[in-house]
Design a protein around this ligand. Structure first.
Ligand SMILES: [Zn+2]
Length: 458
């Protein structure tokens, strides 16, 4: 068993420098939705960090967009894939940030910046661990295969093709460390073994060729009403998706997953305090029922509604057109194709054939790794060695990512571990990580290199 005393001392001694690297990366406004020159700046910066960590990089062959960086380091029997992304979400609404999103600021033991949690903190912490391991312990005990992309926040459009074309390379990996991870409200680190899938689409209805005077509202069809009536048929007030036949495609949890679900704490009071929900969770869910719905069932979301007049004051009008921007979160074995088919049939059966489904071709498949896999055990063991509280293993994250596209289809098991916390405010204003978690996260990765290299993982 390797002595990590020198490694840990170096992590502590270099923490300020590594944090400064993270701040420098966060200063680059790599908003993938904007497709600006900052994407290439961020990619170049990441390549510099890779080089410093002894990770040899090459850009993947891809037709457009910010480069997918492939990195390799180390030698040995086992191969650990690490997946991260250097792009971030748009920072809006800007006026809710206490410090500007791309001017990282330390306040109260936390570093605030857009992307610091999702996903630049993990990216920098992991590369720092790989570098410091070689400086203090010795050569890497395994092969590391990096995949770092710049379009995760816009649905990883090229990763589907990349995962297919690079199947031979990717299937060399014995396990993958996924991009993110955080502590929960009780301060337990959370390990996720899967992701939900996602399908983004619009529902659109046109009821007339032009808007009309609202005096006719008692007899004229109104697109906004029509759309909301259709929407109402898709989800029960308690949040359950009631599209005909949809839940028949949901894979039931295995026995091991059942046990993991029972161990997932669910602090609905903390969630309520954090988000300021006025009426609690949907359907008054708490405890085990909330965990099950949250992780193991599909969700249907309205992201935005567009219809009629929404300016100041009033305008009396019957809108001719209405659109709902939607996404559906999917769980195994519910694929986007099955979900769209069932949605169409459900709407038609209720006389809503005029409600169009506009498929954005923006899909991610759902996927889950077995809790018995070597990567799940190694991540659990590594966190247990460093963290004050034991980790909680969740069968899946409620979020989505290209896990099947990159790993699942190539037979690579996946687990996540990361440096975020309960109030990291991912995708929202005032995104942050706690500096202590960041330092702890570097130490965890040092152990993981060792744990995953060993065959027994005891
Ligand atoms: Zn994100």
């Amino acid at each position: 068993m390797t002595d990590f005393t020198a490694f840990d001392a170096a992590v502590e001694a270099q923490a300020g420098d590594v944090l400064a690297q993270l701040a420098a990366l966060c200063r680059i406004p790599s908003v993938s939705a904007e497709r600006g020159p900052a994407m290439l700046d961020a990619a170049a910066f990441v390549q510099t960090l890779c080089t410093a960590a002894g990770v040899a990089t090459e850009p993947a062959d891809q037709p457009a967009g910010p480069p997918i960086i492939i990195g390799r380091a180390g030698s040995g029997e086992r191969c650990l894939m690490i997946y991260n992304h250097y792009d971030v979400q748009p920072p809006d609404p800007l006026d809710e940030w206490l410090s500007p999103p791309f001017e990282p600021q330390v306040r109260d033991g936390k570093l605030y910046a857009r992307g610091v949690s999702d996903n630049k903190g993990d990216l920098v912490a992991r590369l720092a661990a790989i570098r410091i391991y070689q400086e203090t312990v010795g050569p890497l005990p395994l092969r590391v295969l990096y995949v770092i992309e710049g379009e995760e926040e816009v649905g990883s459009p090229f990763l589907f093709r990349f995962g297919e074309e690079q199947g031979t390379l990717l299937s060399e990996a014995d396990g993958c460390l996924w991009e993110f991870g955080s502590k929960n409200a009780d301060e337990n680190p959370v390990i996720c073994l899967g992701v939900k899938g996602m399908a983004a689409f619009d529902l659109r209805v046109r009821t007339a060729t032009m808007d009309a005077h609202s005096g006719n509202g008692g007899i004229f069809p109104n697109a906004a009403w029509r759309l909301t009536e259709a929407l109402d048929s898709l989800r029960a007030p308690d949040g359950r998706v009631i599209i005909d036949g949809l839940l028949d495609h949901v894979r039931q949890p295995t026995e091991v997953e059942e046990r993991l679900l029972e161990s997932v704490p669910f602090n609905h009071v903390a969630l309520q305090a954090s988000y300021g929900f006025s009426n609690g969770l949907l359907g008054g869910l708490t405890g085990a029922a909330a965990v099950r719905r949250w992780l193991m069932e599909p969700a249907l979301n309205v992201n935005g509604l567009v219809s009629g007049y929404s300016g100041p004051g009033s305008k009396t009008v019957i809108p001719a057109q209405a659109t709902a921007k939607m996404d559906m979160r999917l769980v195994p074995e519910l694929t986007p194709q099955i979900a769209f088919g069932l949605l169409r049939e459900h709407l038609d059966r209720r006389g809503f054939s005029d409600v169009e489904i506009i498929d954005h071709n923006d899909y991610l498949m759902p996927w889950r790794t077995s809790p018995d896999s070597a990567i799940a055990r190694a991540v659990t063991a590594s966190i247990s060695q460093v963290s004050a509280l034991p980790p909680i293993v969740q069968p899946t994250s409620p979020g989505s990512g290209p896990m099947w596209e990159l790993c699942g289809r190539n037979g690579v098991p996946v687990a996540s571990a990361g440096v975020s916390w309960q109030d990291s405010h991912v995708h929202a204003p005032n995104e942050s990580i706690r500096i202590a978690d960041f330092v702890e996260g570097i130490k965890v990765i040092g152990r993981l290199l060792e744990q995953f290299a060993r065959d027994d993982n005891e």
